[in-house]
Design a protein around this ligand. Structure first.
Ligand code: MTE
Ligand code: MO
Length: 506
């Protein structure tokens, strides 16, 4: 088999390993280089593009299956697919180094196209792809070369084997370190300190969490607040250059900078925010105290024209939201928010500024990294999710959930604390009721009240008899209307149905 002194053909496993290692090194180098060009790391760029191109139902499935881990799953998947393609490139290199390099270049081309198509692409977006090509290509050639020379029976002193080992360690190390350091240094950290107006954090009632361990706290800490969006790298926005423009069907379009916005009258509102993708009993819901400027003040300054019925707001990363105009002008006090629970809005939740419309699901009222509000009509414009068939008016459906005991858990016979949260935006929670094994509804005790747009905690003490039991909860709003019991999934305008859990009492 020996061909003019080139040694035997490299075994398949070794060839594939060479491809994987070289690809890992390329990805690591690209990820590190992306510190110069946020969002343009080959894996991140491809995964971000994948989010944009994924059909709506698949996105919904991903959000409902992986919840807030959807991004981690996507990135790990993208890395694994790329490494597998790298193994293929390695196998091709057994026969022809040239074809293998063409394959590697094709992989990089995909990453470069993805990075270039990024709406928020930075000036040096092409650097990470180039770094990946040069570093990955070099390692591919070097590893393949060393493998070819080292296919003789194992001799430890064989210099080619030692060279291969050194290269393999370097490639693997670069891949792992590049991934880790590149990740540690990305834009998910804290922003520069920002001084908030002193209006923040008026006294607030204490919740039931001290009495009912395991219940959702009355105020969700920002660090535990669910995060849903379509970007992988949190946009890094400098308040010195950030501006919000109010335009479209207005008499006096204008734009406003950070200092000017902070100088305007601000109010703090407790508001419960829910994602339309939240299943009954799910965790894509949270409650916080939001500080900001009324959208009505901004829109009135611009002078909304006759005939407009919607505001299309958009963000630094190219996301968009369509909000019914009345919801931004009426007394519910929709806000352009810059403070959350007494601190600056965290980067993940929209720093420096987001929209927050009480009573509407996030996808129709809560644009993060807000940069533009265009007054327009539903007839003229559509937003990111409404293009994909989701509703264009998205009032949060009244709902309730059992936080403790956990579904499927074991509890002792006797007195058991059953507790959770309930909400009925715009009307307020009148009553929360619990029933066991479809028996009569029993009234729960309500926790503190922070207004119509905020959830209520509730507590019901159950004298639990031995056996398997079903618990259900419902909210009755302040007008006496119970929540919708019809079991409906999130698409297109939010889930409904009773939260139902089973526990074993012994
Ligand atoms: N820029 C931007 N804003 C966004 C989104 C997004 O993908 N991009 N997602 C929306 C959705 S679907 C929801 S439910 C809320 C979630 O806000 P949170 O991540 O602060 O909880 O943000 C909304 N605002
Ligand atoms: Mo959402």
């Amino acid at each position: 088999m020996a061909k003019d002194g080139a040694g035997e053909r490299v075994p398949r496993g070794r060839a594939a390993l060479d491809g994987v290692l070289a690809t890992g090194a390329g990805l690591g180098a690209g990820h590190l280089a992306a510190l110069l060009a946020p969002g343009s790391s080959p894996v991140v760029a491809v995964a971000t593009r994948a989010i944009d191109l994924t059909p709506g139902p698949v996105k919904d499935w991903a959000v409902s299956t992986f919840g807030t881990n959807d991004k981690a799953v996507l990135v790990v998947g993208a890395v694994l697919v790329t490494l597998s393609l790298g193994a293929l490139v390695g196998l091709v290199a057994r026969r022809s180094t040239g074809s293998a390099l063409v394959g590697a270049a094709a992989l990089i081309a995909v990453a470069l196209v993805a990075a270039g198509a990024n709406r928020a692409r930075p000036p040096l977006w092409w650097v990470p792809g180039l770094a990946a090509l040069l570093v990955g290509g070099w390692f591919l050639l070097a590893l393949v070369n060393a493998s070819r020379r080292a296919t003789a029976p194992p001799v430890l002193e064989d210099p080619a084997r030692r060279r291969w080992l050194g290269l393999a360690l370097a490639a693997g190390g670069l891949g792992v370190l590049g991934g880790v350091f590149g990740q540690l240094a990305r834009g998910t950290g804290e922003q520069a300190p920002v001084i908030l107006p002193s209006r923040s954090m008026t006294p607030f009632p204490e919740g039931l969490e001290a009495q009912v361990p395991g219940i959702n706290p009355f105020v969700t800490p920002a660090s535990e607040f669910y995060r849903i969006d379509v970007v992988l790298d949190v946009p890094t926005i400098d308040t010195k250059t950030w501006r919000l423009s109010i335009e479209g069907m207005v008499d006096r379009p204008f734009s406003i900078g950070w200092d000017e916005l902070l100088a305007m009258d601000a109010i703090e509102r407790p508001v419960t925010l829910e994602c339309v993708s939240n299943e009954v009993g799910g965790n894509l819901i949270g409650s916080a105290r939001w500080l900001g400027v009324r959208t009505a003040d901004l829109l009135n300054r611009a002078g909304v024209q006759e005939g407009a019925d919607m505001v299309l707001s958009s963000s630094a990363d190219g996301f968009s939201v369509s909000t019914p105009l009345p919801a931004l002008l009426d007394g519910r006090d929709a806000l352009v928010v810059y403070g959350m629970n007494g601190a600056p809005l965290p980067p993940k939740h929209g720093f420096p500024v987001r929209l927050l419309t009480p009573g509407l699901y996030g996808f129709v009222g809560a644009t993060k990294w807000l940069t533009k509000m265009e007054v327009t009509t539903y007839a003229k414009k559509q937003a990111y999710w409404t293009v994909l068939g989701w509703a264009d008016h998205g009032p949060i459906k009244p709902g309730s959930q059992i936080d403790v005991p956990k579904p499927g858990s074991h509890v002792p016979v006797g007195s058991v604390k059953v507790g959770g949260t309930a909400w009925a935006h715009g009307v307020g929670v009148g009553n929360v009721q619990v029933r066991v094994d479809r028996g009569p509804w029993a009234d729960a005790t309500l926790g503190p009240d922070a207004g119509l747009e905020y959830w209520r905690q509730w507590l019901w003490t159950w004298d639990a008899p031995r056996g398997d039991h079903e618990l259900q909860v419902r909210v009755v709003d302040a007008h006496g209307t119970p929540q919708d019991e019809a079991v409906v999934g999130p698409f297109p305008n939010g889930a409904s149905g009773l939260h139902t859990i089973h526990v074993q009492v012994s």
